[in-house]
Design a binder for this molecule. Structure first.
Ligand code: NAD
Length: 265
């Protein structure tokens, strides 16, 4: 029996290495926590001015203060609220997301709508708002934090899987339209990442099944992943940062799995 969760995987490479974003402005949704926080931190370390967007005011302000960025407290489910965000950005990281688990027959329609609003409509509106500036500068990066569930389905996650698949399609259209203007658009598709959301899920499942957190990890969450560890948020951020480099201007319209080999099974 594996008792506790293994410690975080250490990353040797310093954040920001090799990518210079000193003249760039970035906007990261859900930047107050988890993957968004790691992306905001990595982009700032590479020199970008970062706008941290989150509905959690304390979290957004704390991250912005840490990285010398600017906090914007916005509920992405409210389309009108997006008009208050800066449009002159060069890098847009569509990251904010939420999950709801229920069988299709019992899935609350209002939760389904909310998930589409935050994870599909808000990314669309933010792209629509920021692309004219990117086109004018002849350079832009759209980084869409999708999921393994953008490419595959799991039971009880209808809204999340539908939203992530929609984000994949949106990203590809943006890649085609953005190409003549020097704008790339890509998805990153992580498996399970060590964030507060996932750690809480593990503890809840451990309590529900009467097994240890370590066993939940290997026998419940990572059954389909040959690499038996959680991904760290900083590893997702490193991929996002790589997609923002000038070296990656031909990388567009892709879905980059960071899934520990899940897709190979
Ligand atoms: P998280 O819960 O740690 O952070 C999400 C952030 O988004 C929070 O700060 C939250 O306040 C913010 N947010 C949520 N709804 C919002 C709204 N309506 N308006 C403004 N802000 C809002 O989550 P995370 O695990 O870092 O996930 C980030 C993204 O990565 C999500 O799109 C998620 O689907 C994706 N993802 C996560 C994992 C994982 O295992 N954690 C795996 C694959 C993909």
């Amino acid at each position: 029996m594996t008792s506790e969760l293994p410690p975080p995987h250490a990353l040797a490479e310093p954040r920001g290495a090799g990518v210079d974003l000193t003249s760039r402005a970035a906007l990261v949704t859900g930047g107050g926590s988890g993957i968004g926080k790691a992306c905001a931190t990595a982009l700032a370390a590479a020199g970008a001015t970062v706008h941290v967007v989150d509905r959690d005011a304390d979290a957004a302000k704390a991250v912005a203060a840490d990285i010398g960025g600017e906090a914007h407290v916005v509920d992405l489910a409210d389309p009108a609220a997006l008009d208050a965000l800066p449009a002159e950005i060069d890098i847009l990281v569509n990251n904010a997301g939420l999950q709801h688990v229920a069988p299709l027959t019992e899935f609350p329609p209002d939760r389904f709508d909310l998930i589409q609003q935050v994870m599909v409509t808000a990314p669309f509106l933010l792209m629509r708002r920021s692309l004219p500036h990117m086109y004018a500068r002849g350079w832009g990066r759209l980084v869409n934090i999708s999921s393994v569930h953008g490419l595959r389905a799991s039971a009880y996650k209808s809204a999340y899987v539908a939203a992530k698949h929609a984000l994949e399609g949106l990203s590809k259209v943006a890649a085609i339209e953005g190409a003549p203007h020097g704008v790339t658009s890509n998805c990153i598709n992580p498996g399970y990442v060590r964030t507060p959301l996932v750690e809480n899920q593990i503890r809840d499942q451990a309590a529900a099944h009467g097994i240890s957190p370590g066993d939940v990890l290997t026998t419940v969450l990572l059954t389909r992943s040959p690499v038996k560890r959680l991904l760290e948020a900083e590893e997702v951020a490193a991929a996002a940062l790589w997609l923002c480099g000038d070296h990656s201007s031909c990388v567009t319209g892709i879905s980059l799995p960071l899934d520990g080999g899940w897709g190979a099974t």
